[in-house]
Structures are given as C-alpha cells and as structure tokens.
Design a protein. Structure first.
Length: 308
C-alpha cells in the first residue's frame, strides 16, 4: 500500500499520477474482495473514527464512505447539521475542532460553499476529505470513475471521453477533467451553451463539440445531472432530452464498443432516457459499487499517512 503524501483530499490536484494509479490498484483490490470478508482488514491497534458531515443531500457518497469505513473496521459518526449545534450558530471550523478533541481521525465533508475547506484543513489534525464543495471539486467521484474506466477498458490512456450536460455547475466534471488530464486522454465537452465552460480557459486535452459529435466519437459518454437547484429556475427543461440529452436515438449513434456513465443521481427523461440507465451499455451501477472500493483505498491511505 502507498502512503498518500497529503493527509487531506481536497482536490484531485492534490494527487500525482503515481498516487492516483496506486489508489486505483488498491481500489481494484477491494472491488474484488467479497463484501462479507472483513478478515481481509488488518488487525487494528486503534479503530479510527470517521465522521460524515453533509451540508448538502447525498445518497451514494455518504453511504459509500460509511460502508467503506465499516468494511475497514473503523467507527463511523454521522453529523447532521439540522440537529447539531450548527443550529446555534457553530461554524464548520468549530465543529471540526470539537470532533478533533473527541479523537475523530477523518472528516468527510460535503458543503455548498466553494471555499473554506483548505483553511480548515490547515488548522486541524483531522484529515479532511472533500465529498463535494459547491461546483468546485468531488475528487473521490473522479477516482471511482477512473477505476470504472480502467476496469472496463483495461486502460485509461488513449480513451476519448464525452462529458455532456451541465458542465458549468459540475464538481464531477471539474475533478474528472483534472484527473483525466494526467492520462493520455481526449475529452469532448458538450451541452447547452450557457452551461459550458469558457473556451478561453479550457485545458488542452479538452474540446467543445456538438452533442452528436461527442456521442459519435467517444469511447465513453458521461452524462451529467442538470443541477436544477443551482439554476434558480432559469433553464427550460421541456426539450432538454431531445436537444442535449442521451435519448435512445442518440445512443444508437454511439460506437459499438462505447459505454454510458453518469455520476448520479440522474434525472430520468431529462439528461438521460430512463431505459438506458439500466441497459446493457450502462456502467452507472458499476460506478456506484466502485465508490465503496475506492473510498476504502482513500480512507486506509489517509489513516496510514497520519500514522507515518
Ligand atoms: N455522485 C454523487 O455524488 O452522488 P450523491 O450526491 O448521491 O452522493
């Protein structure tokens, strides 16, 4: 097992290519261990305590960190903002310092704020994992996506990945664009013009193309959720599936070997036809399963870097 240099995971850019590859190797190891087999966890002198603090809704990320921690033999606390002292005005920083005093080792945080985690991380012994901060970063999602790609295609280098939809508001897209840029990949970005990033700031492995061009030329079509909660009602969704979504007609134009991904939750009938979600070309539930494996790899590496 490698030891991650940073004891926090705030952004995919915290990791080198070597560290990402080592996490994928370890994630793959856990992905192939049966769920019931807890004896594969090393005997622990001290069971680390992990605390989930989610200030935005989550199903996959929160539960997979919990399952991952439990499979490793760690204790798990779930901090609920709505019945914690946040209601009395306590800040996230003060909540983390309180958990630090109780011996919590890792805080997994999801927040609508795009700034602030770095400053907290610099001032606590608790390792901070960014589980999604506004439209900024979602590094563990990018790692599970890489693991899914590597498992299915046997490699990441050489892949052409279409990322389609609400790119502007997507922390998943930001993290994936960063992670895939460390490999020899080409990213085809597409979606409604108002939801695309500024062409002037595009990394060189990315290109903006039409939805049909993206779909016809990609090994993987990664659809993104329309983040209705971040649009303030300004986006018309009536014809979204026809113009920008992955409907059945468009899916027929994908290369024969190409696969579908989506970080989920998905809006069936808006960015993706519901039947495609569970169709034979979908890797969506593999992504979910890999979320546990990769988060086991992340947690055990962060704990081992604390002990180093
Ligand atoms: N993909 C993802 O982050 O899902 P949740 O919002 O359910 O955690």
């Amino acid at each position: 097992m490698i030891s991650l240099k940073p004891k926090h995971l705030l952004s995919i850019s915290d990791l080198t290519l070597e560290e990402i590859e080592a996490l994928l190797d370890r994630g793959d190891y856990w992905a192939h261990k049966p769920n019931r087999d807890l004896s594969c966890s090393p005997k622990l002198d001290r069971n680390p305590i992990i605390c989930n603090l989610f200030f935005e809704a989550s199903t996959r990320t929160r539960f997979s960190f919990e399952v991952a921690a439990k499979r490793l033999g760690y204790y798990v606390l779930n901090f609920h903002p709505f019945n914690s002292s946040v209601q009395k005005g306590e800040t996230l920083y003060d909540s983390i310092k309180t958990l630090e005093a109780m011996g919590v080792s890792v805080a997994v945080i999801r927040t609508p704020e795009e700034q602030g985690l770095e400053e907290i991380a610099q001032n606590t012994k608790v390792s901070i994992i960014n589980a999604g901060d506004g439209s900024n970063q979602h590094p563990s999602q990018a790692l599970l996506d890489l693991l899914t790609l590597r498992q299915h295609f046997g490699r990441i280098d050489g892949l052409r990945i279409a990322i389609i939809g609400d790119i502007k508001h997507s922390r998943v897209a930001q993290s994936n664009i960063g992670a895939l840029g460390l490999f020899d990949t080409k990213i085809l970005l597409s979606g409604p013009p108002q939801l695309l990033p500024d062409r002037k700031h595009l990394p060189k492995h990315t290109e903006i193309v039409s939805v049909d061009e993206a779909i016809e030329n990609a090994d993987v079509v990664m659809m993104l959720r329309v983040q209705k909660e971040r649009h303030l009602g300004s986006l018309a969704l009536d014809n979204y599936l026809e113009h920008y979504g992955l409907n059945k007609q468009r899916a027929l134009r994908m290369p024969k070997h190409a696969m579908i991904m989506h970080p989920a939750p998905f809006n069936r009938g808006i960015e993706i036809d519901g039947d495609l979600v569970e169709g034979p070309r979908s890797l969506i539930y593999c992504q979910v399963s890999n979320g546990i494996a990769i988060r086991m790899a992340i947690l055990e590496n962060i704990i081992s870097s604390q002990n180093a």
